[in-house]
Design a protein around this ligand. Structure first.
Ligand code: UD1
Length: 357
């Protein structure tokens, strides 16, 4: 059996690390990795491959940058050619990025079964490019591996025709597997001179926040006010970095640390040791829960509704007062069982093996 896996953006490298490991343990499956080049800076890509020992991609494309159409179009051209020459039994795509959509579209047109990992998530906001990517991908996939029961229900409500399975969350596998390794290897707390549970961690990269001057200004003002109470560490995504430069908002200080993007291990350690996380990332909201850190989500909707219901996560509009108030109120919640038992990747591989080996 041969699978062709498409990855391109930071969170996909982490998911792929767990699946590639399960593939290697299985032994009877050949995996061909294709990196689209959506994320190309070394601290957004290469560092993840090195740290998590992800196999070297067989194909490295150069499709990053540009608008959505240009990026997705470039990927489609190359992916179709690769799929024709590799002849895989199925194509694996993760999550909701332009790389996910391109991989699924190229494969379905060639009648190759599509495997969507992290299927069924919905924000019900089609202005997010990610929401469009996931809806289209789900509807053309043959295998839909869902991280939560809500995700399963969304697919049933939309009469999605592929095989739907709740396997838990592959990011939970990664959090459990890598936490002890990161605790041993990362020196980020001492490098940044931070004490456990005495700082806040912030990330911002969603287009709805970065592309609106008003939203970005309000978020920065909210974080600045929090930094008067507790140190704030803010690893800046390249998209956000460009916008902060344009708006003259790069006001780093000893209590408000704007730093370059971090490796997964350093990020994991900051997530575990922060007292509160403020983010507009999907994955980080959930990782906050995995590491039992209260979260403030800088968006009005979330795909991970169970984190809000369980009390760990608050949704806030991008207004400085709302952000500061939510930070003051952030607290621990109750436990959530839907993310599985940390063996999502091997469950997915078992299902595929039953069909294709
Ligand atoms: C993408 C995904 C999002 C995912 C996120 C993880 C889409 C539509 N969005 O958002 O779902 O949560 O990745 O980080 O696919 N850039 C660099 N260096 C890099 C990577 C990007 O400078 O290594 C620049 C790009 O050229 C672009 C901007 O950053 O100008 C945004 O990158 P892009 O890949 O469009 O989307 P993300 O915001 O990263």
């Amino acid at each position: 059996m041969k699978i062709l896996t498409i990855i391109g953006a930071r969170p996909q490298f982490i998911k792929a690390a767990m699946l590639s490991q399960a593939v290697l343990e299985e032994g009877k499956i050949q995996e061909c990795l294709v990196h689209t080049g959506q994320h190309y800076d070394s601290n957004m890509s290469a560092i993840f491959f090195d740290q998590m020992k992800i196999p070297k991609p067989s194909y490295m494309l150069n499709a990053g940058g540009g608008g959505h159409g240009e990026m997705t179009g470039k990927m489609l051209l190359d992916l179709e050619r690769i799929m024709i020459s590799e002849h895989p039994d199925c194509v694996v795509v993760y999550g909701d990025t332009n790389s996910t959509l391109a991989g699924a579209l190229a494969g379905v047109k060639l009648h190759i079964p599509i495997v969507h990992i992290e299927a069924g998530l919905r924000s019900f906001n089609k202005k997010m490019p990610e929401e469009v990517n996931r809806i289209v991908t789900d509807h053309i996939s043959d295998w839909l591996f869902c991280p939560t029961f809500d995700a399963v229900q969304h697919l049933k409500n939309e009469n999605v025709t592929g095989k739907i399975h709740h396997t838990g969350d592959i990011m939970y596998d990664a959090a459990l597997y890598f936490a002890p390794i990161a605790e041993k290897q990362s020196t980020i707390l001492s490098t940044l001179e931070l004490s456990s549970k005495a700082f806040a961690l912030a990330t911002v990269h969603r287009a709805e926040n970065t592309d609106s001057d008003q939203n970005l200004f309000e978020i920065m003002e909210g974080l600045r006010r929090i930094s008067m109470k507790i140190p704030v560490v803010f690893p800046i995504h390249p998209r956000t970095c460009k916008r902060l430069d344009e708006l003259n908002l790069q006001f780093s200080s000893s209590n408000f640390r704007l730093i370059p993007p971090l490796s997964f291990f350093d990020m994991l350690i900051l997530e575990r040791h922060a007292s509160v996380i403020l983010t507009d990332s999907g994955g980080i909201q959930k990782e906050a829960y995995f590491h039992k850190t209260p979260c403030v989500t800088l968006r009005l909707e979330t795909e991970w509704t169970e984190t809000v219901k369980a009390g760990w996560n608050q949704l806030v509009s991008p207004h400085s007062d709302a952000i500061e108030n939510a930070f003051d109120r952030a607290h621990a919640g109750t436990s959530i069982s839907v993310y599985g038992d940390g063996h999502c990747a091997s469950k997915i591989i078992q299902k595929l093996k039953e069909e294709y080996v």
